[in-house]
Design a protein around this ligand. Structure first.
Ligand code: PLP
Length: 369
């Protein structure tokens, strides 16, 4: 059997007629950028997260970068960020000339709130918290440190659409909740797209200007902006998927429940669940000491997996200027050596799920391939 990590045409087929009708509506409207579909999606997504404002942008990276910029964070400022995240979380900081200060993760792969305090300096302006793999970070701990030191909280929700921590949806904690709608995401578009949600009207207004060349009124450029707009076609398609997001999350939870119940192999550590957090399983990430051998073993049996992520940002070639070396964040580095994402996607069949479970359970260690 051949199983990919994610098979995107299956999730398209689940609601194919609705997507096709929405695409045609957008195409026939004659209006393709900043129009009715985008406005409607912003309204509907803001309501889904439970915040008054949503600003659609071109990508998750732009959502983060523009949020950092709109908060006036730049050269000389420090932003706390988990040491085990996708590079985009860090690029959003450095793109604005600010400095990332890495914080080790906890056992649930979120930023370890107990280590935040020690990383705060007089230059710290914000905590950029990432709800990695679809599970909320420890927001009690993050909020406590942010409150104590007057720090802004920016949430990277690129992987956590619909996930809660103690009843509050991710994206509703910080001053800015930043989302990616990259096609593989739980709420994925059919191209690049992203959004920021906030309660702060002035911030929303600034973000609207920043995404559109720094202008609120055409050709009146008040600040130096960028071109980062959510187009009408993606917005129309996202409106369809948003309606089905609860069902899509439920389906992922059913697959994850089967994995959690079925995979029983002392060589494979299953994901740890954070009390108070309801995982939406953007990724199902296991840990295996001899990970590369395990990945080869699965591949030889037709199962594709991906490492999220093999190189922690502090060791990325683009950040040698930051002067970090191996050993600076040992737990993040250990996770990078041990994590592996198993196939998880909407439209995955029971037969496929059972095959992954059986194959995992039959693994006997390095050299088994
Ligand atoms: C944690 C995280 N942050 C940010 C991003 C950036 O999103 P995008 O690819 O839409 O720019 C991604 C996804 O790619 C992500 O996984």
């Amino acid at each position: 059997m051949k199983i990919d990590l994610a098979v995107l045409d299956r999730q398209f087929r689940l609601y194919q007629e609705e997507y096709e009708a929405a695409a045609l509506r957008a195409l026939r409207s004659g209006w393709y950028i900043l129009g009715k579909e985008g406005e409607a999606f912003e309204r509907e997504f803001a309501a889904y997260i439970g915040r008054p404002y949503c600003v659609g942008v071109n990508s998750g990276l732009d959502a983060l970068t523009l949020s950092v910029r709109a908060l006036g964070i730049g050269p000389g400022d420090e932003v706390l960020v988990p040491a085990n995240t996708y590079i985009a979380s860090v690029l959003a900081i450095t793109e604005n000339g600010a400095s990332p200060v890495f914080v080790e993760p906890d056992d649930c792969h979120g930023l370890d709130a107990n280590r935040l305090e020690a990383a705060v300096t007089a230059k710290t302006r914000a905590i950029l918290v990432v709800h990695l793999y679809g599970q909320a970070a420890d927001m009690d701990g993050v909020r406590a440190v942010a409150g104590q030191h007057g720090l802004a909280v920016i949430e990277d929700c690129a992987q956590s659409h619909g996930a809660h921590f103690k009843g509050t949806m991710t994206g509703a904690f910080g001053i800015a909740g930043c989302f990616s709608f990259y096609p593989t995401k739980n709420l994925g578009a059919f191209g690049d797209a992203g959004a920021i949600v906030t309660d702060d009207e002035a911030l929303a207004q600034k973000l609207r200007m920043l995404r559109n060349y720094g202008s609120a009124v055409k050709y009146h450029n008040e600040i130096e902006g960028v071109n980062s707009r959510l187009d009408e076609l993606q917005a129309a398609l996202l409106r369809v998927k948003l309606r089905h997001l609860p069902a899509l999350i439920d389906e992922r939870r059913r697959i994850a429940a089967r994995y959690l119940e079925g995979i029983a192999n002392p060589l494979i550590s299953l994901p740890e669940l954070r009390p108070g957090a309801d995982h939406v399983w953007h990724q199902f990430v296991v840990r295996v000491r001899d990970r590369d051998a395990f990945q080869r073993y699965l591949k030889a049996r037709g199962i594709e997996t991906v490492i999220h992520y093999p190189i922690p940002p502090h060791l990325a070639a683009c950040y040698t200027r930051l002067g970090h070396r191996r050993g600076d964040f040992p737990f993040a580095e250990q996770l990078a050596d041990e994590v592996l994402s198993l196939p998880m996607f909407n439209g995955m069949t029971e037969e496929e799920t059972e095959y992954v479970i059986e194959t995992c359970n039959a693994y006997t260690g390095g050299g088994a391939d």
